[in-house]
Design a protein around this ligand. Structure first.
Ligand code: SOE
Length: 385
């Protein structure tokens, strides 16, 4: 079966998704779906043309509504800033397409609920691109939890740390503008670790958080591009999102969790790490060593107890039989191929896919409760989805 893809957006995520699609037929030939890279869309004609050529798309387009309106497109893949997710995903669902949407699903809970209602009205599949669920080591962590190997979960402890805007002269890119991005590292990075927490631990009942914006003004992007420098008064613009957001959470199953997302952790480029402590053992994962999973088991005999480092590269571990011989490690880009593999299989077999717009909305509910809590300086219940 062929599935024709129309992708909107062509920069970082567009490149990652294109590569993810392209690897599928070669590495997962048993999957009876071949994605066809039909059309890629972006506003800048020259740039989108270059992207189409570089990433292997048949055609390019500058008007996303035309892509959504095409009868020959089966799947719309949205890789744009968050403010465009709502109109694009709504239109795609209305046009009867399956929808892949980059994270977070929307910029507000209200928008996410609108998308959820639209998704509930179709038989088409939806996906929110929380790719870290499909790092093989994370999938193995989930398997070990399901097998009961760490017992009842007491603690979730996660950080997602970056440092790419620590320089005050770094320009005011769209990710620092609330009307486009919705929030800063909260929606960009906490969204990932919230999704992992919901996936690995369970639903979150209530949260208490704090956020801050360390650098409140930055040089406008045009000014920097034009070489005007960072400090020229009228060339400065206001940062309207958080620079860091931290929160505590109470899970429905009684576990207690902590979350931290920042773009000001000097030296931490993409440090997505969690640890889970249970009654029978612990698990720890760090994306920067993504082929490894740390596992401590209280069932081990006393004299050999200690964290063991599982190199997740064996053919009997999640996703790994598709790639290389044992120990031949894989990388960040493989997570996209994995999520598309599972999504297309769900389409082909008409089975449920996770995370879909329901789970994307659940993440949004946690994000919003944290923002409300930071404002009110009080614990907030997470709205039910
Ligand atoms: C930028 O902060 C970013 O690219 C995120 O948007 C991605 O979701 C994350 O995987 C890596 O960092």
């Amino acid at each position: 079966m062929e599935l024709n893809i129309g992708m909107i957006g062509y920069s970082f995520m567009g490149k990652a998704h294109s590569n993810g699609f392209r690897q599928l037929p070669a590495f997962f030939p048993e999957l009876d779906v071949k994605p066809v890279l039909k059309v890629i869309c972006g506003r800048d004609r020259d740039a989108v043309q270059d992207a189409a050529q570089a990433y292997g798309w048949e055609a390019c387009e500058t008007d996303w509504e035309k892509v959504v309106a095409r009868d020959d497109i089966d799947v719309i893949d949205i890789c744009t800033p968050g403010n465009l997710h709502l109109p694009m995903a709504l239109a795609a669902l209305k046009a009867g397409k399956h929808v892949i949407c980059e994270k977070p699903l929307a910029n507000t809970l209200e928008e996410a609920r609108e998308l959820l209602a639209a998704a509930a009205n179709t038989s088409k599949k939806t996906m929110v691109a929380f790719n870290y669920r499909r790092v093989p080591a994370v999938a193995l962590a989930r398997q070990l939890i399901t097998e009961g190997r760490i017992g009842e979960i007491y603690h979730w402890r996660a950080v997602y740390l970056q440092d790419w805007i620590i320089d005050p002269d770094f320009p005011l890119v769209w990710r620092l503008e609330k009307d486009k991005a919705g929030s800063g590292p909260h929606g960009d990075l906490n969204a990932h670790i919230i999704d992992l927490a919901l996936h690995l631990v369970g639903d979150i009942d209530s949260v208490v958080g704090a956020d801050t914006t360390f650098i409140k003004e930055r040089p406008m992007l045009e000014a920097v591009d034009a070489g005007l420098g960072a400090k020229g008064g009228k060339t400065m613009g206001r940062v309207t999102v958080d620079d860091a957001t931290l929160f505590l959470a109470r899970f429905a199953n009684g576990a207690l969790g902590s979350f931290e997302a920042t773009r000001f952790a000097a030296g931490r480029r993409n440090h997505n790490r969690f640890e889970i402590n249970g009654s029978k053992g612990s698990l720890a994962f760090n994306l920067e060593k993504m082929n490894e999973l740390q596992f401590y088991s209280r069932d081990d005999e006393d004299h050999i107890q200690g964290f063991r480092e599982i190199i997740v590269g064996e053919g009997n571990q999640p996703f790994m039989s598709a790639w290389w011989p044992p120990g031949h490690i894989i990388g960040w880009e493989h997570t996209f191929t994995h999520e598309f593999r599972d999504f297309f299989e769900a389409i082909a077999k008409d089975e449920a896919f996770s995370p879909d717009f329901v789970e994307g909305t659940k993440v949004q509910a946690v994000l919003e409760a944290v923002v409300d809590s930071a404002k009110s300086k009080a614990w907030m219940d997470v709205p039910r989805v």
